[in-house]
Ligand binder design. Structure first.
Ligand SMILES: C[S@@+](CC[C@H](N)C(=O)[O-])C[C@H]1O[C@@H](n2cnc3c(N)ncnc32)[C@H](O)[C@@H]1O
Ligand code: SF4
Length: 508
């Protein structure tokens, strides 16, 4: 796609606006105008009153145009940056609607965390009603989504008020990027072949050293660990013996009883055994995921998920009777080949089990997923008319069943531009999800593909965020782990402990 912008606006934001109308669009410099190549022009200027934007979207012989003037004086609490974004977004949305007749459900909110904007509006505009109105009238978010975002933000605020202050807290993420087989819709770097699974033992040996190292860093900084999340991939791909050793290694560093939550994202029902759950419970795990994605055997087979609905029920019953306090269940709405009937039956069947958490993901097209490789056009995978209805159904039925939406995020290329929402019974919310999504405190990542996200302040009221990435693939991770852990003088590479220490010395 060709994009031309003029004025003080982040071009990445304008690209995300374009993608609302042209999902999966790529923005190469070398793209030439021609048949089937969409073109966008955006002009933004600061006037005495505020920001004035004009936009034009073109595809072949069709053109859509839009313009908007955002008056800063009407919203004195909003920043200049927000004002510019609203003007640009409104002009682009009008142009897109004229071209394609489509009004995106989240309006001009293209970011990952709409509830963060909602939280800011609750504070700056003075309450939930006004925040809802601004989202609807200025950001063009539809009524249902505005209510959802504000409800998530209000719930998060309530939960955070219940917890001790975030100062001095942190969380730890431990990555197990291995799966028993690869699902067709997933792009996760999950290592599934026999050859890669044979890396599990050396992987765990290196991981143990990194676990010891990172907890040492946390202690030396005087931080307290609020939550630990063991995620994947599929952590329960580990054998009973491997899982026991991993949890024992992490357990050496826990103690003191301050941990709010300890999650094992088991996920795949076909990897869950009674003994693994017993080990998990005995090691202090408080939250586990058992994920069917859908309760249709036909669809499970089509999406390459090698387990049955009966496997899910078996694993869920084991988890529910294991003594682990909270069980989460993941479903995906809008999977290719799914229908509203199928999905709503899945929601009803899961709610009948009464898990403490239900997470509803909207199907997102990932370029590395095998389903994408075998389909020419992204639109063929995301054209499900039933997806929006399915998501609305889950919102309504969870509410009736006594759940509240407590965290939410959006991904790129989702069917119908829809969102992912975590629902929980009151007091049973997955706290790690909130801490991570709302960037409440630093998160220390261990293992291949993990990210350490350090949060601080520069002393002048500005937030500082530093991300440290760990190599994605187990091979690269095994090769580079020692250098990352210990540093390398000859190459002038600091150890991760020094990098983190340096960040904490400079900021706070
Ligand atoms: C990284 S996966 C790990 C979970 C675990 N391995 C499992 O399969 O149950 C976390 C969740 O992301 C969701 N997910 C993965 N790929 C997705 C996609 N393409 N679109 C929407 N949700 C997706 C699924 O609901 C999955 O349970
Ligand atoms: S959905 Fe889960 S099991 Fe399937 S490939 Fe992705 S991470 Fe692995």
């Amino acid at each position: 796609m060709i994009l031309r912008t003029e004025g003080e606006i982040n071009p990445y934001y304008v690209q995300t606006l374009c993608m609302l109308f042209f999902p999966g669009a790529k923005f190469g410099q070398e793209e030439k105008p021609g048949p089937g190549v969409p073109e966008a022009d955006l002009h933004l200027r600061r006037t005495a009153e505020g920001f004035e934007a004009t936009a034009q979207l073109k595809l072949d012989h069709a053109t859509g145009r839009g313009s908007y003037l955002f008056r800063m004086a009407d919203f004195p609490a909003l920043t200049e940056e927000r004002g510019a974004k609203i003007a640009a977004g409104r002009a682009m949305l009008t142009a897109g609607k004229e071209l394609q007749g489509y009004q995106p459900p989240w309006g001009i909110l293209t970011g990952v965390r709409p509830s963060k904007v909602a939280s800011e509006l609750i504070v700056s505009e003075g309450g939930v009603n006004r925040a809802r109105r601004v989202l609807r009238d200025e950001y063009l978010v539809n009524t249902k989504k505005a209510a959802l975002a504000v409800s998530v933000a209000a719930t998060e605020m309530k939960i955070l008020r219940r917890l001790p202050p975030q100062e001095g807290l942190c969380s730890v993420y431990v990555s197990i990027p291995f799966c028993p087989s690869r699902c067709a819709y997933c792009s996760f770097v999950s290592n599934t072949t026999g050859r890669l699974l044979s890396l599990l033992d050396p992987y765990l040996e290196t991981l143990y050293l990194d676990i010891d190292n990172i907890f040492g860093v946390i202690r030396s900084l005087g931080l307290r660990v609020a939550t630990v999340y063991i995620g994947g991939g599929t952590p329960t791909v580990l054998s009973e013996e491997q899982l026991g050793r991993l949890l024992a290694r992490i357990g050496r560093h826990l103690g003191g009883g301050e941990l709010f939550e300890y999650t094992l994202e088991a996920g795949r029902p076909d990897t869950i055994t009674e003994e693994k759950l017993r080990i998990a419970r005995a090691s202090g795990i408080t939250r586990i995921s058992v994920n069917p994605q859908t309760l249709s055997d036909e669809l499970l087979a089509r999406i390459g998920r090698r387990h049955s609905v009966a496997d899910f029920y078996r694993a869920y019953e084991l988890a529910a009777s294991s003594g682990i306090a909270d069980v989460n269940v993941d479903l995906i709405a809008g999977l290719p080949g799914d229908s509203f009937r199928n999905f709503s039956d899945s929601v009803d069947a899961v709610l009948a089990l009464s898990p403490s958490n239900l997470t509803v993901h909207s199907f997102s097209v990932k370029n590395a997923a095998s389903i994408r490789q075998s389909t020419k056009d992204v639109a063929d995978l995301t054209s499900s008319a039933d997806a929006a209805k399915s998501v609305d159904y889950s919102q309504l039925k969870t509410k009736i069943a006594g759940y509240r939406p407590y965290y939410m995020y959006r991904q790129k290329n989702t069917v119908g531009n829809l969102e992912n929402v975590g629902y929980a019974r009151e007091g049973r919310e997955g706290l790690y999800n909130i801490f991570m999504m709302e960037e409440m405190h630093s998160i220390f990542g261990v293992g291949a593909g993990s990210v350490t996200k350090l949060l601080g302040h520069d002393g002048k009221g500005n937030r500082l965020i530093r991300r440290i990435f760990t190599p994605k693939y187990p091979y690269e991770y095994l090769k580079g782990a020692e250098k990352i852990r210990c540093g390398d003088r000859t190459e002038g590479q600091a150890s991760i402990a020094d990098e983190i220490g340096e960040f904490y010395r400079r900021n706070l």
